[in-house]
Design a protein around this ligand. Structure first.
Ligand code: PLP
Length: 378
């Protein structure tokens, strides 16, 4: 098993803080906003109303209904309740899907750089990880042509993460349709990891789920961690064909039994209630993105794309002629800036850093000034 080095990096930064050092945080991928008060109130009410016991393994029926309504509003089709499963975070949807569909040595295609848990989980369940190298000149998008070069007889699953962690890239409508068609034609599962779908600063989000309504090959994976600033609540969901949903329900019964009952009632409120806190958060993230991209492009040795989605930037630092990990360590130990080496997301991340801009604008400005002082201004 691998790991998510954001958590290790955060621990290193916290250890330095304990020694009295000041650290500016750009390493961890969670919104720095509180959960909205109406969502907290729904959880408190649920506690008092007795949502403190086991609930059905695939989720409380009215919460699964809320997911159907949410998917209709955000993706444009309404799944049936038997396609929906609620999970403690989006991560178990990934883990359970791999366990349910992938046999030993079967291949799983995914983006590199990409969310490190994909490769870790594929290896753990005995599958064969098949990374697709993303190219900066393509705006870090995984194209259907890239995928076709990797598809073999034993390809079982493709993971498509859009908007993308760590680059912020967003797949085009044509690419998403072509990837969906390819999966249909070749009988390959497609896991659409869309946990950042609300973090979009220009253009549109295209989900492959609309093409088969998650009835043929698509598994839609989403969660409340990022969209509703609820990382600690552990709330996610999957939408998939009912036969697969049954298998994930069995895996749920065998592992976690169910997702926390009062958390689920808070999720219902989040999905169906007022959405203004989401809009306000995304507006603020857009301002931060513009600030950090503009600033990084003024630092000597840094070149940064303007990512249309998620809340990460992935500057190219190849001109520094140093391994990304060395730069990460130097920034943390000597300059008090916590960020991640691109290699935390796969070998394709060498020559890049990832900054999460889930940090206030004054902290971003301060960090940019430190970098300009260290490396010089263009
Ligand atoms: N997918 C991607 C691409 C992520 O970046 C993350 C979290 O960082 C997750 C899934 C997991 O999110 P959750 O907190 O819902 O388990």
């Amino acid at each position: 098993m691998g790991t998510e080095s954001a958590f290790e990096s955060l621990a290193r930064a916290r250890a330095l803080e304990k020694e009295g050092k000041r650290v500016l945080h750009f390493e961890i991928g969670e919104p720095d906003f509180p959960t909205a008060p109406h969502i907290n109130d729904a959880a408190k009410k649920a506690l008092d109303a007795g949502y403190t016991h086991y609930v059905p393994a695939p989720g409380i029926p009215e919460v699964r209904e809320a997911v159907c309504e949410y998917v209709e509003r955000t993706r444009g089709f309404r799944p049936t309740v038997d396609q929906v499963i609620i999970s403690p975070g989006a991560k178990p949807i990934l883990f359970f899907t791999l366990l349910a569909v992938c046999d030993k040595n079967e291949q799983v295609i995914y983006q590199d750089p990409g969310f490190p848990i994909y490769e870790s989980m594929i290896r753990y369940i005995g599958g064969k990880p098949v990374p697709v190298r993303l190219k900066q000149k393509n705006g870090f998008r995984m194209t259907p042509e890239d995928i076709m070069k990797k598809v073999k007889e034993r390809t079982k699953l493709i993971i498509l993460n859009t908007p993308h962690n760590p680059t912020g890239a967003v797949s085009s409508e044509e690419d998403v349709k072509a990837i969906s068609d390819l999966c249909h034609d070749k009988g390959i599962w497609l896991l659409a990891d869309e946990v950042y779908h609300k973090f979009l600063y220009e253009g549109k989000h295209f989900s492959p789920s609309v093409h088969d309504r998650c009835m043929d090959h698509t598994i839609l994976m989403d969660g409340l961690s990022k969209t509703y600033a609820m990382t600690g609540w552990r709330l996610g969901f999957g939408v998939m064909p009912p036969e697969l949903q049954e298998k994930l329900t069995t895996l749920t019964i065998n592992s976690v039994s169910c997702t926390s009952a009062f958390s689920q009632m808070a999720a219902r409120e989040a999905l169906l209630g007022p959405q203004d806190s989401v809009t306000a958060m995304v507006d603020e993230f857009r301002l931060r993105r513009d600030l950090i991209v503009g600033g990084l492009n003024q630092v000597k040795g840094f070149r940064c794309e303007n990512p249309p989605g998620a809340f990460y930037v992935f500057p190219n630092i190849k001109k520094l002629h140093l391994p990304s990990k060395d730069v990460e360590m130097h920034l943390l130990r000597d300059l008090g800036i916590a960020c991640l080496a691109g290699t935390a997301f796969g070998a394709g991340g060498e020559g890049y850093l990832r900054f999460s801009y889930a940090s206030p604008r004054d902290k971003i400005s301060e960090m940019l000034e430190i970098l300009k002082k260290e490396y010089g201004s263009k």
